[in-house]
Ligand binder design. Sequence first.
Ligand SMILES: [Zn+2]
Length: 169
Amino acid sequence: MPTPISHAAVGFAIAAWTQQRPPARRVCLVAAACATLPDIDYFGWPFAHRAITHSLTFALVIAVAVTLLFFRGPPWTEQRGRIAVSLGLALLSHACLDALSTYSYGLEFLAPFSEQRYRFAWTPLGNPSGSLTGQLVQEVFVVLLPALLLGWLAFKVRGRGLPAKAAAT
Ligand SMILES: [Zn+2]
């Protein structure tokens, strides 16, 4: 919790708003995948859950690596830098959403440098004593739908009103 679908929707929306105008769907889709990636630790070894894959270091390294792998071009341009930032924020959104939930005993934001686990003081997501259905309904209304709406809005707002030349790039 939150579910991978909600994480993906949030990553998509973040990339839609933070990358260069007009937003490219490909960057958004890769960002959505990045936002779900930290939970590969769910399967256990070699990762402890909500440890290294939920850290700032992981977000930074993966954002740069994925940008270099999936978005070809000159080694480092402003556009690629911007994509890396979008992907990094999508990755970080995962840890932030997790830290807003009542589950577990926190995340290792600073791994591998510290094993201290953190959770936000305000944890509105999830209810350990509530039913699973209730939690899923809450997640749909608090995370999933707003994220989908914001992602859609970004394409509406940021995709138009551009000079023809800029829109073509
Ligand atoms: Zn997670």
